[in-house]
Write a protein that binds this ligand. Structure first.
Ligand code: SAM
Length: 280
């Protein structure tokens, strides 16, 4: 095999979701770079694959990336896998691919499971336009700012979330984006796979009944555009500040015009929001 970096999707639960091609290529490469080698060893053992393994995760990306690139420069073939699903999608890998592409090393994707796409495909929400925004920030202030930046996006919004933050994040979705239709897709491809449909409040009521377990994807239907004159000052400011392109002064100036308040009122609210985001 010529020097090639294979980006290989692995199952997100059900092991039958690996592809024939993924099994073949994993058995042929010189080296497998895995997010967690112990975790991936179970998958590789299951398919009878025995190959040199090296770790490649968030905190060793720079140093390990260079070693993997060296192997590729020497003409070796390398497979990149993550713990589950498609590498680089809310998983390590982007920097390695970027560097390999910059060196004109052959990069080949082997498509397969991806929780975001699996959830979207069975959600019943429009799929023609969607935004995948990964994990929202874990702190509430930053999460609200992040969500308000999504307010005007067309199409379905797809988020990943940790189960212990699900209820808080749904609460912020209701607060910032309004009472939209949402779907929580839980434990996809596993025994307890479940799709919880409803308004944000309905879904919060369902998931609040017990401890949320397992992995979840949140899908949010596009919102009715809120008439700008009715949009509360705080939301207008959050949306404008989330663009990252406006100074506080300019955001306050625009928000004052949109919301029909004085510039000084908008400016002090903008300062309050900025300070609370910094403290969060
Ligand atoms: N690279 C992976 C992919 O292609 O989907 C995503 C990795 S990311 C670190 C892990 C997140 O993906 C989880 O927190 C959850 O939001 C989502 N996820 C992964 N597997 C899932 C599953 N079986 N059911 C629901 N969500 C899942």
């Amino acid at each position: 095999m010529a020097a090639t970096l294979y980006i290989i999707a692995t199952p997100i639960g059900n092991l039958e979701d690996i592809t024939y091609r993924a099994v073949r290529i994993l058995g042929e490469v010189d080296l497998i770079a895995a997010e967690d080698t112990r975790h991936s060893l179970k998958l590789l053992n299951h398919f009878g694959i025995s190959k040199p393994l090296t770790s490649y995760f968030d905190h060793n990306q720079q140093f390990k990336g260079e070693r993997i690139l060296n192997a590729l420069r020497q003409g070796k073939s390398v497979a990149l896998i993550s713990d589950a699903g498609t590498p680089c999608i809310s998983d390590p890998g982007y920097q390695l691919v970027r560097d390999a592409v910059a060196e004109k090393i052959n990069v080949v994707p082997l498509p397969g499971a991806c929780a975001a796409v699996a959830a979207l495909s069975a959600s019943g929400l429009p799929t023609d336009t969607f935004t995948f925004a990964g994990f929202p920030p874990s702190r509430q202030g930053k999460r609200r700012t992040f969500l308000s930046g999504m307010n005007d996006l067309p199409g379905t919004l797809v988020l990943y979330e940790a189960p212990h933050r699900l209820i808080d994040t749904l609460g912020d979705i209701r607060e910032v984006l309004g009472e939209r239709q949402v779907i929580v897709a839980r434990e996809l491809t596993k025994i307890y796979e479940e799709f919880i449909h409803g308004t944000v409040s309905e879904v919060i009521a369902v998931v609040s009944q017990g401890q949320v377990r397992g992995e979840v994807v949140i899908l949010i239907a596009a919102g009715e555009a809120v008439p700008e004159e009715n949009e509360p000052l705080e939301l207008v400011l959050r949306r404008l500040m989330a663009t990252g392109t406006l100074s506080i002064k300019d955001a306050a100036k625009q928000a004052a015009t949109i919301s029909g308040v004085s510039r000084s009122e908008a400016y002090s609210e903008a300062l309050r929001l900025r300070n609370s985001a910094e403290l969060a």
